[in-house]
Write a protein that binds this ligand. Structure first.
Ligand code: HEC
Length: 97
C-alpha cells in the first residue's frame, strides 16, 4: 500500500511538467502581469481587455509573422512552442468575457 502511494507520487512528479508545459501562462506573467493586467514592457496592449478572438489572432499571428508591432520578435519566441490548442486555451482563460 505505502509502496503504491510512493510510486504514484513519483509518477505524478514526472508527469506534471508535461501537463503544465502546454497552456501554462506563468512564463507570461513576468511581462504581462499575473492576470495579464499590465502593458508588457510598456509596449503591449492590456491583454486581459482583449477578446478571445483578438488574443487568438495575435498569438497565431506572432507565430506565422502576420501580426505584431516593433517588439513582435519577443512574442515570436514566447509562442513558438504553443500549439493551436494551447493558444485557444490561453485565449479562453485570459480573454475578456
Ligand atoms: C519578455 C516579455 C514577454 C513575455 C514573457 C510575454 N510577452 Fe506577450 N508581449 C510582450 C510585448 C513586448 C508585446 C508587444 C509586442 C509587439 O510589439 O507586437 C506582447 C504582446 C502580446 C499580445 C498581443 C497584445 C498586443 O499588444 O497586440 C498577446 C496576446 C500576448 N503578448 C500574450 C502573451 C502570452 C500568452 C505570453 C506567455 C505565453 C506572453 N505574451 C509572454 C512581451 C512579453
Amino acid at each position: 500500500m505505502m509502496k503504491n502511494i510512493v510510486k504514484m507520487l513519483a509518477v505524478s512528479a514526472l508527469l506534471s511538467p508535461a501537463i503544465y508545459a502546454g497552456a501554462n501562462t506563468a512564463a507570461c506573467a513576468g511581462c504581462h502581469g499575473a492576470n495579464f493586467e499590465k502593458s508588457a514592457l510598456g509596449k503591449s496592449k492590456i491583454v486581459k481587455d482583449l477578446t478571445k478572438d483578438e488574443i487568438v489572432k495575435a498569438l497565431k499571428g506572432y507565430k506565422d509573422g502576420s501580426y505584431g508591432g516593433a517588439m513582435k520578435g519577443i512574442m515570436k519566441g514566447q509562442v513558438a512552442k504553443l500549439s493551436d490548442a494551447d493558444i485557444e486555451e490561453i485565449a479562453t482563460k485570459v480573454g475578456k468575457k
